[in-house]
Write a protein that binds this ligand. Structure first.
Ligand code: HEM
Length: 538
C-alpha cells in the first residue's frame, strides 16, 4: 500500500515522486483531509509554474509563515519545567489560601526561569537577573509568584520600568550593546538613579552568573499580604532556597561557556530532570507584624529594600520539586502567561508601587503576545479547577457558555441561571487609606535611603566575593566611553563603601570624584535598628 491513498486505494502520485511511507498515522491537512503527497507542490508539468489552486501547499506555507509570536518584551529567554509544591504545615493561622491549609498536600506547578535583557536566542550565562516565575494550579484558581533570583529591584516605581528596560536592552541605533555586556546607556541610567545602587551591588556580584538554574535562590521581591479566615492580615516576603545549595561561575568561565554552549542552563535543567535528579527548592516566608514593620528604618513597600533575615527569620513552609520536562517548548514554555495579579483568596497585594504597575503590565502585554484575551484557554495557563464566568467571544474562544445565561443578575433557574458569586470568593483586604491621603505624584520620604542596604550587601560578602564585585565593576565601567557617566557612578559608589570605590577607581585608572549628596544619610549598622530590639524584647 506504500504510495497509495489509504482511503481510495489509488496511487497517490507518479512513480518518480518522493513518498512518506507507512499506513499508520495518516497525514492530513488542518481541515483533516488526508494528504497524498507532502513532498511536491502542484505544477503545470514537472518544470512548469506552481498552481495557485494547490491548497495543500498553500496551507503548509501559510502556517509556517505564522509560527512566530512576539517574544516577551523582557525575560524573552526562558526555560520551563513542571513539578509540584508540597506543604510542610497547615498555615490557616496566617492565610485561608486553600493550598496552604493541609500539611503534606501537593499542588501542581509550572516554573519558568529566564534572563531579563537578552532576546530569546541570547546565551544563558549573561550577567543578568534571572526570572523565577512559579504558577501554582490551586483548587481555588491559579496563583502566580512571579519572582527573580535577586531579592530587590532596580526601581521603586513601575513608572520607570520602560526607561530601565530601554536603557538595558541593546542600543537603539546599532541593535547591540556597545560592549559585551556593558554600554553607556545602561550605566548612564544607573548613574542617574541612586535608588538602583542596591541592585547594582547584586548584579555585579556572583549571583548574576549562576552555575545553573538549579543552584539559585528565588524571591517574590515585593511585600505581599496573607489574610486568614478571620480577615487578619500579615505582611510576608517569599523566598525560594535551593536544596542543591547555591553556586555561581566566575566571569571568565561564563564567557567560555557562552561561547561553547549558549544553551548550558537549559541543557542542565533538561538533563537533571531526565536523569531523575529532580531539582528542589524550599519555600519560606518572612512574617512581618505591623509592630515590627513600623520600626524598620526603611519601607516594606520599597522594592529596592530587603528585610534582613536577622530582623525576620525565614520560616520554611513547603517544597517545590521539578520532576517533569515539558512535552513541547512552544506550547508550554513560550505560551505560559504569568501575572502578578493572579492571586487567590487568602493572598493579597501590598501597596508597593512597583507591584501595582506589574499588575497592569503583564496582562496587557500578554493580550498582544498571545493574540487575544482567551489565553487562559491554552492548557498551560488554564486553571485545573472549574472556570465559570460570563466572559465570552474574542479571538480563539474555546469555552463560550452553553445552555445557560451569559449575564447576571438573571431570573433563570437551575442550570440555565449560570454561576453565582460566593462568600468564599476573593475579597480584597480592606486596608484603610492614610488619613490625609490626596492624589500626588510623589515618592514617600520613607523610600529615600538608597545606600544603607547597598553597603550592607557589599560588606556581607566574603573577600573573594568582594573581589569579584570589584572586577565586575571595573570590567563593566571600563567599557563606558563617556567620562561623566563613570564619574557620576563613582560618586554614588562612594556612599556605599569608600574601599570599594577606591578599588574600582584604581582599576579604571581614574581619580575619585566627590561623593554625591545622598537624599538621606545612610545608616551604617542596620542590625541595631529599633526593629531588632522589638524582635528580641517583644
Ligand atoms: C516578565 C519578574 C518588574 C513587566 C517577567 C518575568 C518575570 C518577571 C520572572 C518572566 C515571566 C515568564 O517567565 O513568562 C519581575 C520582577 C519584577 C518585575 C521580579 C520586580 C520586582 C516588572 C515591572 C514591569 C514588568 C515593574 C512593568 C511595569 C514585565 C513584562 C513581562 C515580564 C511586560 C513579560 C511578560 C510576558 O510577556 O509574558 N517579569 N518583573 N516587570 N515583566 Fe516583570
Amino acid at each position: 500500500s506504500v504510495g497509495k491513498c489509504p482511503f481510495t486505494g489509488l496511487a497517490a502520485g507518479g512513480e518518480n515522486h518522493q513518498k512518506a511511507y507507512g499506513d499508520d498515522d495518516i497525514m492530513t491537512t488542518q481541515q483533516g483531509v488526508p494528504i497524498s503527497d507532502d513532498q511536491n507542490s502542484l505544477k503545470m508539468g514537472t518544470r512548469g509554474p506552481s498552481l495557485l489552486e494547490d491548497q495543500v501547499h498553500r496551507e503548509k506555507i501559510f502556517h509556517f509563515d505564522h509560527e512566530r509570536i512576539p517574544e516577551r518584551v523582557v525575560h524573552a529567554r526562558g526555560y520551563g519545567a513542571r513539578g509540584y509544591f508540597e506543604n510542610y504545615d497547615n498555615l490557616s493561622d496566617l492565610t485561608c489560601a486553600d493550598h496552604f491549609q493541609r500539611a503534606g498536600e501537593k499542588t501542581e506547578t509550572f516554573v519558568r526561569f529566564s534572563t531579563v535583557a537578552g532576546s530569546a536566542g541570547s546565551p544563558d550565562l549573561a550577567r543578568d537577573v534571572r526570572g523565577f516565575a512559579v504558577k501554582f494550579y490551586t483548587k481555588k484558581g491559579n496563583w502566580d509568584l512571579v519572582g527573580n533570583n535577586i531579592p530587590v529591584f532596580f526601581i521603586q516605581d513601575g513608572m520607570k520600568f520602560p526607561d530601565l528596560i530601554h536603557a538595558a536592552k541593546p542600543e537603539p541605533d546599532r541593535g547591540f550593546p556597545q560592549a559585551q555586556t556593558a554600554h553607556d546607556n545602561f550605566w548612564d541610567f544607573m548613574s542617574l538613579m541612586p535608588e538602583a545602587t542596591h541592585m547594582i551591588m547584586w548584579i555585579m556580584s556572583d549571583r548574576a552568573i549562576p552555575r545553573s538554574l538549579r543552584f539559585m535562590e528565588g524571591f517574590g521581591v515585593h511585600t505581599f499580604r496573607l489574610v486568614n479566615a478571620k480577615g487578619k492580615s500579615t505582611f510576608v516576603k517569599f523566598h525560594w532556597k535551593p536544596k542543591q545549595g547555591m553556586q555561581s561561575v566566575v566571569w571568565n568561565e561564563a564567557v567560555k561557556i557562552n561561547g561553547a554552549d549558549p544553551d548550558f542552563h537549559r541543557r542542565d535543567m533538561w538533563n537533571s530532570i531526565k536523569n531523575g535528579d529532580f531539582p528542589e527548592w524550599e519555600l519560606g516566608i518572612q512574617i512581618l507584624t505591623q509592630k515590627v514593620v513600623d520600626k524598620f528604618p526603611f519601607d516594606i513597600l520599597d522594592a529596592t529594600k530587603l528585610i534582613p533575615e536577622e530582623l525576620a527569620p525565614v520560616r520554611p513552609i513547603g517544597r517545590l520539586v521539578l520532576d517533569q520536562v515539558v512535552d513541547n517548548f512552544f506550547a508550554e514554555t513560550e505560551q505560559v502567561a504569568f501575572c502578578t495579579q493572579n492571586i487567590v483568596p487568602g493572598i493579597d497585594h501590598s501597596n508597593d508601587p512597583l507591584l501595582q504597575s506589574r499588575n497592569f503590565s503583564y496582562l496587557d502585554t500578554q493580550l498582544k503576545r498571545l493574540g487575544g484575551p482567551n489565553f487562559t484557554h491554552i492548557p498551560v495557563n488554564a486553571p485545573r479547577c472549574p472556570m465559570r464566568h460570563f466572559q465570552q467571544d474574542g479571538h480563539m474562544a474555546m469555552h463560550n457558555p452553553k445552555g445557560r445565561a451569559n449575564y447576571e443578575p438573571n431570573s433563570w433557574e437551575g442550570e440555565e441561571r449560570g454561576p453565582r458569586e460566593s462568600d468564599a470568593g476573593f475579597k480584597s483586604y480592606p486596608e484603610p487609606a492614610e488619613d490625609d491621603s490626596v492624589k500626588v505624584r510623589q515618592r514617600s520620604e520613607t523610600f529615600a535611603d538608597h545606600y544603607s542596604q547597598a553597603r550592607q550587601f557589599y560588606i556581607s560578602q566574603t573577600p573573594i566575593e568582594q573581589e569579584h564585585m570589584v572586577s565586575a565593576l571595573v570590567f563593566e565601567l571600563s567599557k563606558v566611553k563617556t567620562e561623566g557617566i563613570r564619574t557620576r557612578l563613582m560618586a554614588n559608589l562612594l556612599n556605599v563603601d569608600r574601599g570599594l570605590a577606591e578599588k574600582v577607581a584604581n582599576g579604571l585608572g581614574m581619580d575619585l570624584p566627590e561623593a554625591s549628596e545622598p537624599a538621606r544619610q545612610p545608616i551604617t549598622d542596620l542590625p541595631e535598628s529599633p526593629a531588632l530590639s522589638i524582635l528580641q524584647n517583644g
